[in-house]
Ligand binder design. Structure first.
Ligand code: ROI
Length: 158
């Protein structure tokens, strides 16, 4: 079993409800247990144009799935939530990102882990720190340092 962390985000169609239902779906994944979830946070959108605020959270799983199998399963959940991949960085009903997969470093066409932009996103780092304040990334950087260096962005615990 591998411990992994998933970033959840939504800014359309009842975002907090989208996250709750995504957690139910993650809970139901095969060979996987949902160990923990952070608080939900509202966050100012990062990205182009006008879009509504997001609700973000981080979930902690233990899984026997391989990284690609987990990615397939998460993308299937996104699809069921009506995710349309039209505009890069546009508004979305549900976004599920593999942030960390044990201590693995993965760089394939489908998947880059640790998530390449997590260090710049307080809506990822804050909820992650709620779950594992002492976390070290596979490249040796520690979460507390990343948090101190992260650009500020409006973030409120719900
Ligand atoms: N901005 C915020 N605040 N939260 C997100 O989850 C999020 N996700 C994205 C982009 C569009 C980059 N901006 C975001 O994919």
């Amino acid at each position: 079993m591998t411990r992994c962390f998933i970033g959840l985000g939504s800014n359309l169609e009842n975002p907090a409800g989208q996250l709750r239902s995504a957690l139910d779906d993650i809970h139901a994944l095969p060979r996987t247990t949902l160990e923990n979830c952070s608080s939900f946070y509202t966050s100012a959108p990062i990205g182009p144009g006008e879009q509504p605020d997001y609700v973000n959270a981080v979930a902690q799983l233990e899984t026997a799935l391989a990284p690609n199998e987990l990615l397939d399963a998460l993308q299937a959940i996104e699809q069921r939530h009506g995710r349309e991949r039209s505009v890069r960085w546009g508004a979305r009903t549900l976004d599920l990102d593999i942030l960390l997969f044990g201590s693995e470093i993965i760089d394939t066409t489908r998947l880059t882990v640790p998530h390449p932009r997590m260090a710049e996103r307080n809506f990822v780092l804050e909820p992650l720190a709620e779950l594992t304040p002492e976390l070290q990334l596979p490249d040796g950087r520690d979460l507390a340092t990343l948090l101190r260096q992260c650009p500020p962005n409006r973030l409120h615990k719900l």
